[in-house]
Design a protein around this ligand. Sequence first.
Ligand code: 5AD
Length: 463
Amino acid sequence: MIQSPRRKRAYVETYGCQMNISDSELMEGILEESGYDIVDAPEDADVVLVNTCAIREHAEKRVLGRVSQLNGLKRENPDLVIAVTGCMAQRMGEKLLREAPYVQLVVGPDGYRSLPETLAKLDVGADVGLSHEIGKAGRKGRQLAVLTLDMDENYQGLEQRRSEGPSAWIPIQRGCDHRCTFCIVPYVRGGEKNRSAKDVVAEVRGLAESGVTEVTLLGQTVNSYLWEGVDFPHLLRDVARVDGIRRVRFTSPHPNDVSDELVEVMAAEPAVCEHLHLPAQSGNDRTLKRMLRRYTVGYLLEKVSLVREAMPGIALSTDIIVAFPGETEDEFRDTLDLMRTVRFDEAFTYKYSLRAGTPATRLPAEDFIGGDEAQARLVELIEVSRAIQSEINHAEVGRIDEVLIEAEARDLGQVRGRTRRNKVVVFDGEVARVGEYTHVALERTTGATFAGSEVAEPLPVPV
Ligand code: 5AD
């Protein structure tokens, strides 16, 4: 039976960090450019790409569960190609193809440019226009792995397929040159590669012309960015000065590159938001040293003071790992002390997760901390950081803040937005207003997020 040809259809599902969201947009852009339709459900697709994270074991377990679920779909539609992309694909490689034999393709973070050719080798959608029999015989059981890390691949010149809306992710750097002993990223994403500053600014200009008003610059250590003499503070300033851009954010910075110049630009440029993510990881010098973070607690506290002096009221967030191998109870207490000293507005907290191939795995076996003890530390840290967050946010009730409306809220007739200080606020509003800026009086808080009502823009305070 001969059918008329149709466009091939791809569905991309994302796990992990902002860089992965941005990578998924990149893959969608590449596939669309080569003739695929991007669809919203795996049931409608010829190929499902699961873009993955390798940062902790938990992230990988979720993906394994998900691909086995997708295999259910493949049983109904044997032509469906399941691909696993990104960090976990890079880390597990062919092992993943053996463990999940229904996965036909693994592609690491540097293999996206050639995705259309790679998929062509698996004859995605090729039964159309051919007899079913020939189509199936052509690709039965084939598996492919694309795992070469390429120091020159920074995806320059390729267009992301961005979802509509006021905000855009802008990858400016890929990979990482640090070797924090717990972290898998340098092994799955390779060394640091930066994009041309001119390209980045041109991209932001184009986005601003198409209605984007908020951009987030992305990189694994985003503030160590350097391209032909243009460093991060310089790039940040250029991006912040693009006409039409009202908010600029960036993530994730390394504390060592929070320079005086960076803080000056943040304070001076009205578009740069009053929020800084400062991943501390630990509040103990011996642990920081063994993590190879290359700073001390004293240094972190100095940076916090510098930033707060330049931008009073700036919101700070952090990442913390508990139960790093060898962390003593007292050393863990130092982390709690750091939380109480700095009083972060938000803390992302993690139990150490062993990642094969990272330097920390070579620490003595007896240093590894048992599950119960690690869990108890995590629970205590979460309690402390949530209590601080709640105190900070309760003290902010009564403020009037500028909010960018980002999405429909869970409740009918309400919208969700974000303040410049990265606080989430829900209030009455129509979904048609997504993308607008407004002013909202913060009236209540759950401790983590706010509820409020729109008010007229406050008059500037006379000097
Ligand atoms: N175990 C636990 N947490 C980790 N992170 C990175 N690697 C690990 C690991 N092996 C955390 C760090 C990092 C965040 C993105 O994830 O806190 O900043």
